[in-house]
Design a protein around this ligand. Sequence first.
Ligand code: ADP
Ligand code: MG
Length: 427
Amino acid sequence: MEINKDEKLSEGKTKIIYSVKGQPGLCVMHAKERITANNAAKVNELAGKAAVSNKTTALVFEYLKRAGIRCAFERILDDICLLSRRCHMIPIEFVCRRVATGSFLKRHPGVPEGHRFVPVKSETFFKDDANDDPQVSKEQIVAMGLNCGSRKITGNDVDILEGTTAAVFEILERAWHSLDCALIDMKVEYGVDAETGEILLADVIDSDSWRLWPGGDKRLMVDKQVYRDMAEVTDDGLRAVLRNFQWVADKLPAVLSSPKGRVIIAMGSATDADYCKSIAAELRKLGVEQVDIRVCSAHKATRFALEVGALASDPARGPTAVIAVAGRSNGLGPVLSGNLCAPVINAPPVSADWAGWDLGSSLRMPSGLGCVTVLGANAAALAAAQILATGVTEHSVWARLRAAQLTAWVRVLRDDERLQESVNKSQ
Ligand SMILES: Nc1ncnc2c1ncn2[C@@H]1O[C@H](COP(=O)(O)OP(=O)(O)O)[C@@H](O)[C@H]1O
Ligand SMILES: [Mg+2]
């Protein structure tokens, strides 16, 4: 699809937004060669900044979208332009913090720098350059009666966006952690899709958006704080800022690529192949793509079953979980569990008539065995993914799990909202 820029819709400190000919639902975000701080009290032209910001935003949003976060970002168009869903922006900055530093310390005297927020801390600020983006509470945002397109921003929306911001932060924090870089805090913005009315994560996420400390060491910071802290802006100083931003953009492909974990689904009998394929399909939804499905009865082909299980012990194949699928008497899961250090999840396909009898063989173990048992393809895949996601390098699986939990939570809040509306209408 050819994208032709049409009229200029808006221009801010760091980018210009254009409509797209014949595509009212889309916009082009054109990055400017400009860096600003303290709500544009400090402004400098910086050649090369547009391309580096553009690349950073594209990589970050591609990762978030793949994880399952609803984003306005569509795709990168060229060096300095992105294609995005056109939004009515919500004029609130959603901030999430893991470590107390910067403005938080000024607003909360007594809190030591470096204090860790567990869980992460959410804050909201009204986008108002003239008044230095004042902090606002949920109640104040509701009282503002913000109309974004056809949508009025409610307290429920604010709760959901704070929760979404925490998930986005944690997903990116975990990815950066795989390269021993600490994501300290971050701000994001949301918009209401001009066509669908859905609230999407929008704007950009680049080195302007976060604090990032390699090795968790503030002195090594590679974010915009270096620019904010400059008493006098020099060409050398600006070059150093750009070098940091470039370092971040160059590291991102490695940060965001992650081995996706491996699962061996071992079945006692080929009659369970369809059930095993449905587990594999659930695993793929969670980002686990390396799935081996094997038939290997522990009762009838013991040595072969152990040979298949041995694949889980080869470190070159990466972290591996085993799902054992055996009906009637489950010898397979316990035998593999007793002979491997890999996690073994029993997912017995229970029959309507014998379920009660069959389950005993997955639950009652000899001493020294620690396999677990779940029922159903979805639960088996989730258990394996959650075990794999504990690995520092398997952050893309963790990201899918985190985004799926966010989606489930949002669905409950929205369902309740709709129900309340219909109850109120009928009263
Ligand atoms: N997906 C989008 N659709 C429409 N407008 C957007 C989208 N993403 C960002 N914007 C808007 O683009 C404008 C320019 O961005 P920016 O230069 O960062 O502005 P600001 O200085 O207000 O932060 C802002 O008004 C921002 O809200
Ligand atoms: Mg901005």
